[in-house]
Design a protein around this ligand. Sequence first.
Ligand SMILES: [Zn+2]
Length: 93
Amino acid sequence: MIKQKKIPMRQCIGCREMHPKKELMRVVKSKDGEIAVDSVGKLPGRGAYICRGEACLAKAQKTKAIERAFETTISPEVYELLRAALSEVDDGE
Ligand SMILES: [Zn+2]
């Protein structure tokens, strides 16, 4: 029997679909309440995952999914930062 490595799955807060963790972007809220894209996957703080695309970010913005995930309000400027970060990291590796 071939032992298959289990792929960690996470739910995108935009489309609410499960995706392999490494295909998603991690967004974190730091201790001081700052929202940032965790490009290394190691930032401390509460995290949420989102697909690497503007469509899911737009959805998350519309449904306020990120705000609910982090229990905070997110300014349009932060969404702009997230959008810029998401469009930067398309294929990654
Ligand atoms: Zn998604």
